[in-house]
Design a protein around this ligand. Structure first.
Ligand code: PEP
Ligand code: MG
Length: 754
């Protein structure tokens, strides 16, 4: 068996010389294939480049018919070259024509060649093309030769990514620069236009070929040692970890970093003539290509870990910062990340943030909660986005549909720009409504309140003109904290919230954790049905220590003020009584120890478990106020998981069963003279809000962005007439699963702003 002439080191050196020559891109490519063929002792060397239309085009060849250059094309998956592009794996054959995927292109004259070795040209896991050598004789390519060709392909990847090849074909023809649209999961509504900012910037490896191999080996080893020491340090000081960096993850990372096979492959890559950072990139490319094809979620995760480690190592070697430099953040930044903790998002200047795109991270992820609070459009679960985007690429995201457009074409850009302008104009109109009293056309005043959960929400109170915070979800602060917040931390947090609210009341809800709201530092409990499991007030009553601590912090923070506290997931009156008992005992404690007590204390029950509807008069008499959690109430009434997209749209909230249940609650409140508010998402949608007012609700709490639209609906509504109309729909009792269409027609006919 023949071995490569001069080996990869010599080839890399020659290729680097060619890269430095000032010749045209085509001439450079032509010289490169000649060099590779000579070095690999092959009669043929060809480069195929992936175009934007997903066809592979022959860009240069030594040995095949030159007339075929820029003429021969094939789609990915077609023939051996297409197979390599699709699988992103090398393919070595001593008799190419025996392979089932072989397809014959007569114009190339390749029938004379028997053996075939092709490798993908990869960059960041994306396939940019295919590099092939062929021999006349039947021969077996050695492992070293396959490795050498893969290393060579890296240089070609850089050449393609440099943009130089664009000069050969029409600009924008290559896959790398083409507009690309991806679809993820909608997380936070809104349109974002801007420029990509990779949260973990890709390290650009400028020098691929080593000047001094033993020096590079030393650099590699030092970097591995330093990285391992840094990881050990993180593991040892678990309490200083940011949210999201759990011990478990770091332990895995440490394990991978110590993986001998991985370290050996890195060393071999350096020995083949690469710099230390190029060696990391070379090994990382393989792992990424495997990751793309891996369908097993466990193995995908492990490959992700490997990718993480490689990234850390690259940063270690180049001294480049591991996260994007906040100071050089563009004016309109769309943050793109594989995954991201909520604290990391808060580090960016929100004024310059236009959107967030994550490969992981669905609607319930913590970072989503922060993005929602900041009002930044977000799309999650966008597979593979990191591999096809570069910092600075123009990006448009649509948080309502989950669409992500990279390098969008002009028509897409102008369509979205128009959409964004319309939205901004509407926002201005809503802002002008801020100080207009919320009264219906027939003179009925309505209380519009705001839902909040973080201190960054508080400025919205002024901006929207909301009457109060109708629901403060205290668990968000717990979810973002690295450990269970101590009493004094909770006290300061609640005090800050109350101070920020000024004269306007705040209704705190006690901890509503469990189900999808997990505290990373609390032992995870495996439950078959977490939504029906140990959560919210159930935890509070079973572990009264936690509830007591929270109540005490709230009562202290509420000194000299009117304080409102409500309990989530109350299933019966007895649970409310028990929770109330604990709160009153805490109040006693405060008084006994001479802390300033609240001026008044109102305790409420959330109505979100259907069983409470059959004790609704009793609870209305006992509680100081009721707040309907329609998100959960509807989920439990219809036995439909609120986060399961497959069934989420199956039943309508505007259906007779839900509306009758809601009416029952508001009626009980009226009979007992107990105020009733609704704080679920439906209250923030104009048509649903219309139905609620028609049922008798006079107070709604919603996300800040919903206040403007709901207010303009109210200002155009005649509530008496709407009440009669909705009553007639419900009285019809016609088995129709939804009143939505008829209610909408009604609203349109009355020019009610929806
Ligand atoms: C609800 O269930 O409607 C509610 C307001 O609470 P959460 O969405 O926090 O469960
Ligand atoms: Mg709820």
């Amino acid at each position: 068996m023949r071995s490569a002439l001069g080996g990869p080191r010599l080839l890399l050196r020659r290729l680097r010389e060619i890269s430095a020559e000032s010749v045209s891109a085509q001439a450079r490519l032509d010289k490169i294939v000649v060099q590779i063929a000579a070095n690999m002792v092959a009669e043929v060397c060809s480069v195929y480049v992936l175009r934007g239309d997903q066809r592979l085009e022959l860009y240069a060849t030594e040995g095949l018919n030159r007339e075929a250059v820029h003429q021969t094309t094939m789609h990915t998956g077609e023939g051996l070259v297409g197979l390599i592009a699709k699988s992103a794996e090398p393919l070595a054959l001593s008799e190419a024509q025996d392979h089932p995927a072989f397809s014959y292109k007569p114009e190339t004259g390749e029938e004379a060649y028997h053996s075939f070795l092709g490798v993908p040209i990869l960059r960041g896991g994306a396939t940019l093309g295919v590099l092939v050598v062929q021999n006349r004789v039947r021969r077996v390519y050695s492992e070293e030769e396959i490795e050498a060709l893969q290393t060579t392909a890296m240089l070609l990847a850089e050449l393609i990514a440099s943009g130089e090849l664009q000069a050969i074909e029409d600009p924008g023809a290559l896959a790398l620069y083409r507009p690309t649209s991806l679809r993820g999961a909608p997380v936070v509504e809104g349109v974002g236009l801007g420029y990509a900012l990779l949260h973990e910037p890709r390290v650009i490896v400028k020098q691929l070929v080593a000047e001094d191999i033993s020096g590079e080996l030393k650099r590699l080893e030092q970097a591995i040692d330093a990285m391992q020491a840094a990881i050990d340090e993180l593991v040892a000081h678990g309490d200083r970890m940011g949210a999201g960096e759990h011990r478990e993850v770091l332990e895995t990372v440490r394990m991978v970093a110590n993986d001998r096979g991985w370290v050996r492959r890195l060393r071999e890559a350096v020995l083949s003539g690469l710099t230390a950072e190029a060696a990391v990139e070379r090994v990382q490319n393989d792992a990424r290509a495997r990751m793309q094809r891996q369908t097993d979620p466990y193995l995908r995760d492990r490959l992700h870990d490997l990718d993480d480690i490689a990234n850390r190592l690259l940063h270690q070697l180049t001294g480049q910062s591991y996260v994007a430099d906040r100071n050089s953040m563009p004016e309109n930044a769309i943050i793109v990340a594989r995954t991201m903790g909520p604290a990391a998002l808060l580090d960016y200047d929100p004024k310059r943030l236009r959107g967030v795109v994550l490969e992981e991270g669905g609607a319930t992820s913590h970072v989503a909660i922060v993005a929602r609070a900041l009002g930044i459009p977000m799309v999650g679960l966008v597979q593979g986005v990191i591999d096809v985007v570069e910092t600075g690429d123009p990006v448009i995201i649509d948080g309502a549909t989950g669409d992500v457009h990279l390098r969008p074409a002009n028509d897409v850009q102008s369509a979205y720009a128009e959409k964004a302008r319309l939205r901004a104009r509407r926002q201005e109109q809503y802002a002008r409504l801020r100080d207009v009293p919320t009264v219906t056309r027939d003179g009925v005043p309505i209380g519009l309140h705001m839902n909040a959960g973080l201190t960054i929400d508080m400025p919205h109170l002024d901006e929207t003109g909301a009457a109060s915070i109708g629901l403060f979800r205290t668990e968000l602060q717990f979810m973002l904290a690295p450990r269970f917040p101590r009493m004094d931390e909770q006290y300061h947090f609640y005090k800050n919230v109350l101070d920020a609210a000024g004269d306007r009341p705040v209704t705190f809800r006690t901890l509503d954790i469990g189900s999808d709201k997990i505290l990373p530092y609390m032992a995870k409990i495996e439950e078959e049905n977490p939504a029906l499991g140990w959560r919210a007030i159930r935890i509070g009553l079973d572990r009264p220590g936690l509830l007591r601590m929270q109540l005490r912090a709230m009562l202290k923070a509420g000194g000299h003020r009117d304080l409102r506290i409500m309990f989530p997931m109350i299933a019966n009156v007895a649970e409310y009584d028990a929770a109330r008992g604990i709160a009153l005992r805490e109040l006693e404690h405060i008084r006994r120890f001479d802390y300033p007590a609240p001026r008044s204390l109102k305790l409420g029950a959330m109505v979100e478990v259907p069983s409470l509807l059959w004790e609704i008069d009793l609870i209305a008499q006992r509680a100081d106020f009721l707040s309907v959690g329609s998100n959960d109430l509807v989920q439990y009434m219809y036995a439909v998981d609120r986060d399961n997209t497959r069934v989420a749209k199956r039943y309508d909230t505007l259906s007779p069963p839900v509306l009758r249940a809601l009416e029952r609650i508001v009626d009980a409140g009226r009979r007992a003279n107990t105020p009733v508010t609704l704080c679920g998402e439906m209250g923030g949608r104009p048509l649903e809000a219309l139905a609620l007012l028609a049922l008798g609700y006079r107070s709604l709490s919603m996300s800040p962005s919903a206040i403007g639209p709901v207010k303009s609906m109210i200002l155009s509504l005649d509530i008496d007439e709407a009440q009669v109309f909705l009553a007639s729909l419900l009285a019809a009792d016609d088995g129709n699963p939804s009143v939505r269409a008829r209610l909408r027609d009604y609203a349109v006919s009355r020019a009610i702003a929806l």
